[in-house]
Structure formats: structure tokens, C-alpha cells
Design a protein around this ligand. Sequence first.
Ligand code: 3HC
Length: 726
Amino acid sequence: MSKFKTEIKLKGTVHYEVRDGVAVLTVDNPPVNPLSDGVRAGLFEGIANAEADTNVVGVVVTGKGRAFIAGADISEFGGEGDGHGLHTVFKNLEFCSKPVVAAINGLALGGGLETALCCNYRIASPSAFVGLPEVHLGLLPGAGGTQRLPRLTGPAEALKIMLSGAHVPAKKALSLGIIDSISENIIEDSIAFIKEKAANTSDHPLVRNMNDKVIEARGSENVLVEAQAMAAKTRKGQFAPGQIIKCVEAAINCDDFDEGLKKEAEYFMECLLHPQREAMIHIFFGERAASKIADVPKETPVMDIKKAGIIGSGTMGGGIAMCFANAGIPVHIIDQDADNLKRGMSVIEKNYDFMVGRGKLTSEQKDAVFGLISSSLDYKDLHDCDIAIEAVYENLDLKMDIFKTLDKHVKPGAILASNTSGLDIDAIASVTSRPELVVGTHFFSPANIMRLLEVVRGEQTSNETLATIMSVGKKIKKTAVVSLNAPGFIGNRMLFGYTAQANMLLLEGALPHQVDQALESFGLNMGPFRMMDLVGLDLGWRARKLGGKESPLHAKIGDSLCDNDRFGQKNAKGYYNYNEGSRAPNPAPENEETYEKISSENGFTRRDISDVEIVERCILALINEGADILSEGVAQKAADLDVVYINGYGFPIWRGGPMHHANAMGLDVVVKKLEEYAEKTGSDVYKPSQLLIKLANNGEKLGDAPAIEDRKEKLNFAMSSVANNF
Ligand code: 3HC
């Protein structure tokens, strides 16, 4: 094999080899072969070489490693485009004088599938996936995908694929007409195939000429209306989906293919320049960067997790067990109560049955995955687990007892993890003989669905333990973010300030549905009062009652509702009323008397509060607390906070998370607004974080956590459970 002499600074390359009269172009840009400048140059030159070589009768384009091509190089967006443009390369590919087959050896996503759609033929290996996931990045398939895919699958299926961003397995891609065949020996078969085609026909198909399916859709609005409904439901607030639909409309209605391409380019450019694109790409890289821990070397060994144990068969324990089983890792659940365990196992089975009912699993798959979950009442049965995760309710003494027992029964060298949402992981580790193997793994409910995993690093947690948990996190399809062992960790600490401010707005004159609507219009999945009703208003109230503590100002209304037997969704009345079996909130006018009484008892004259003030006060509280978390070194970088908030707390991805939102607002504006609210409310919550002031003065942005010397002093553990505070 010879390599092109691409310039050193170019990223990626394409190997060129002539085999049996066929030019084989192999994209090599590890780990997933994006179309970086070196790859574009390599394809350009490879096609030119194949054209020029009289011994070559056809061309095979393929990828090295596990991917065919994972798309355009995302890191190039927003920068200066260098070298050969994708459109030029694709044009040469599409109009190559010799027939071209894409040998799709693995993932063909975005520009990767678009490359294949410019080839005359497409053969995929059985394990390949194809898709156009640009929508996840605030983009649309901008290299012909919106015009070519509808020509193969019909506009309705193409819209589903582009609006969902789904990865379509080879078998389904074949049935949809995206690929022509599936082959186990992809390279050899593709070489033979293209040789045969070159010998027997000069009429090689081009997707651009396949117009039947788009013409068929002309004159009917149904397809586009359904796509709009799908986008409104699943991608609320996002800009790119509407652009994708407009592109497909052009594919349907433009007589001239190139006219459609022109429209696609125009709509693509609008996406590229839109702030949502920057926000969503920030999260793409943020999620990947979160798993890299600055002071844990890359080469740290990772333990092999072959079996997991779970302590507690409640909602969390069951959900966590499903995560492991879904990843093919056997898991054993123990509980101290036989009835609980039976109930817990039956809930898990019902969840799987539900998936079978929805066509997400076959019965055989369900049997296989559910068969990986065993259960018993005895700690001894956890002896051979490589990790044991405790998932009982939040009580430090109980957790410490459990860890003492686990330390006795689980084999030496195994990791002991706690699913605590706010308890001191060092206190828990201190009762074991292996504090270096103790770590917090805070899952979010429902654990089998929510993507966030907050990993809590104790004082003595070893690098190997951390590296293993980050790798397990990836295996069980979680986005893992590391927090130091500090009160509330990252997410719940930020949430605390945010919900407290929502409650203060209620005291000052706003109503729950007004606050919720304002924040939901901003993009949050669920406003704070709906969320508090979902979690249960009684958690903090009960803890305060038990401890004989006064209600803090922000909790006075919620506690008073609990005094009146209103606990939230669990008993169908809280800030809202709920109909039996429904989670839909209905206004509760009977609460207004309570709001007025408590406002006046605490010296507030209720006033009209604008939606702008509601959003600013709640979001600024998040940002300011986030900046403190960063300045204390509890989180490694601002993007970690964004990843936590998007994956665990329903913050809109298209705003890039609270810290990215602050950067987009401009930190000078953030500081000024904080100062204004500090003066207006007299609350310390709005006293601008020193970090924000410093960065704003220097014209800088929130990024990596600053270097810290007195971290330990700052991390004096103060809060036993965050749940007590709301
Ligand atoms: N560009 C640049 N880097 C990419 C990339 C891309 N398209 N896709 C992945 N990478 C990088 C990741 O950042 C990561 O880098 P790191 O190791 O330094 O953190 C590395 O490749 C491996 O990625 P993952 O950790 O995500 O590996 P996985 O195996 O978990 O997932 C994947 C692989 C499914 C390909 C996933 O990376 C992915 O979804 N990539 C994005 C695919 C995509 O969105 N393609 C469309 C791009 S936009 C486009 O093509 C526009 C066109 O229409 C004009």
C-alpha cells in the first residue's frame, strides 16, 4: 500500500491500492474516520488517480477500522474551511468516469452516508450502521443527504431518519433501499462486484436521477405536516428540524436536482451560523471530554467488570440493574426483604415486557437480557461481583452499615459504589478496609433511561477505580461526569439555588404555573414546581420535622402545603392538582390563600412579576452557583456542569447548558444582571461569584476550573443530604 504525500498538517489520509484492476480507497483517520482535510484531499487525489490509471476499471471506497466514515469533521465547524471542499470531492466521486461502490464496513454517518450516496452502488457489512445524525449538532445533512436520501427511501422515511438522527442497522437499511446488499466479505465482494459491473454495463445508477419517490410525494402536504408534528414533539425549540423539512420540501418539489442542492446549501449555512449549532457542538465535545479526568493518566489500567451486584431492589436498584443487563453484564440484586425483592424483580420484568410490547425488544431478547438478572436475600451471593452498587434510601448510618457488610462479603479488589445523591462518600469509605475502591455513582431516575451518571470522587478513590467507573459508564451507555465529594455534588447543589429562587418568586407574587410556563418557554423540559411535585414536597418537610428544624424562608410555602396534606403527585395534590392516574398538572386555586397568607406573614407585598424576571432570576442562580462550584474545583470544567444539567435536569441542549448560556450572554452582562438582582432582592444568591467577576474583567469565558490550592478547606462537608433542603 502506498500513502499519498499529503502535507503533514493535514488530518487523516486515504490509502490508495489497486487490486485486481480495481482502485481501493481506504479512509484512515482514527478512531472513526471523519472527513477531515487530509481525508478530503486523499479522496480527491484517489479519484483522480483512479480516473487516470488505465488499468483501473472501477473504484471501491471503504474505511479502516470500525467506521466507514463518521461524517464531516465536527471540530472544523465554525473555523476557516481549508483545502478541498466536500462538495468538490463529492462531485468528482459522483461523476467519476469509472463505476464506484461504497463498501460500508462500519458506521456511515452524516457526511459518511452522504459519501456513499454519491457512489453508484452501496454494499454494507452485516454490522454496519448508516444515518444522518446532523440534527443532534444543530445542523442538517449539508452535502446532498437531504436530496439523495428521500430519493432512495421516499421522503417520509428520510424525514424520520434525519429528524431522529437514528443509526439504522444494515438489515433495515437494505429494506429501506439505502444500500443494495449486505456482505460478510465486504472488500473482496465489492471488488468482484464492481469488476463485474464495469465489464457488463456502462449504465451505472446515480441517486440524483432516481426521482420516482419524490415525484410521488408531490401535491400532498401529509408527509411534511407529519414531520412538523414529529419535530414539535421531539425537538421543541430547535432550529435545524424546520430547516431539514424545508430541504425535503425542496427535494419533493424542485424539478432540477441541483436546484434542491442549492437550497440545501442555503439552509445548511443558516444552521451553521445559528447559535444553536455552537451550543450543541459544545455539548458533543463536552460529553466526550467529561470522561477524561485531568489528573488521571490516560494509560491508567481499567478493571474488567464481568459481574455487578446491586443492594436494594427499589426503583433505583432495579433501574441500575437493567443498565448492566442491557449492556450484557450479569447482575445480582439483593434485598433484605423477600416481598420487596419479589416486587422489584416483577417491576423489572414488566419494564422489559413493556419494551417487547412496543417492539423495542423481541421476546427472545427479553428472555436473554432478563435472564442476566438474578436475585437473593443474602450478601454472600455478591462474593464474586467485580462491582457492588448500593442503592438504598438516603441515610448515612444505613449506608455505612451496608458498606461494612459489603466489605466483608465482596471479594477483595472489587469496587464498592454508593448511589447517593448527596451523602459524604468519604464517611462511607471510612468504614471499609478499601477506601481506594469506594466511589459514588449517582444515577438519575429512571436509571435505565436517564443518561447522566454523576461519579463522586472520594478523598482516597484511586485512579484505577475512577478510570474503571468511567469506562463502565460508557459501557452502560451513560454520560459520566466527575464531581468531588462536596455538598450536593454538582447537580443537586445547582438545583438547590434554582428551586429556592423559584420558591422566592412564589413568595413575592408569582404563581407556580406562571413560573413553570416561563421556564418551559425558555426551554426547560419541566418547570420547577412541576418538578417539585414530581419529586415530592414532603422530603424536606419530613426531614425538618424529624430534626425539629424551622422551615427556611424559601421552603415556607411548600412546608405549609405539606401541613395541609399536599405532598405532590404522590397524593394527587401539591402545587397543582392531578387527576387519578394522570401526571398532567391542573391549577390549584385553593392554594392561593396559603400563598397570600405566607407572603404577608413574611413581609412580602405580592406584586406582578414578569416572565423575563422569572427566567433571569432562576437561570442566574444556576449560573452563579455553577461558577462557585467551578472555582472550588468540585467540577473540572464548565462544560461538565452543562453536561450534567442537560442530561440530568432537562436543560435545553440547544442552549448548550447554563454555563455555555452564560458565555453566550457575555460574562460582563451576567455580572451586571447579578448585581442588579442582588440589589433588588437583597439576596446573597445574586452576589456575583469572584470567578465570574474576574473572567468578566479580563474579557474571558467560563472554561476549565482554575488551579486551586486550598481545595480541602473549601470542601468541608456541610450538608448531609441535599434532599433535606427542598
Ligand atoms: N468529527 C470529529 N471528531 C469526531 C467525529 C466527527 N464527525 N465523530 C467522532 N469524533 C471523535 C470524538 O470526538 C472522539 O474523540 P476523542 O477520543 O478525542 O474524545 C472520538 O472521535 C471517538 O468518538 P466517541 O467517543 O463518540 O466514540 P463512540 O464509539 O462512542 O461513537 C460515533 C462513535 C457514533 C461515530 C460518535 O462519535 C458520533 O456520533 N459521532 C458524530 C457523528 C456525526 O454526528 N456525524 C455527522 C457530522 S456533521 C456532518 O457530517 C455534516 C455534513 O452533513 C456536511
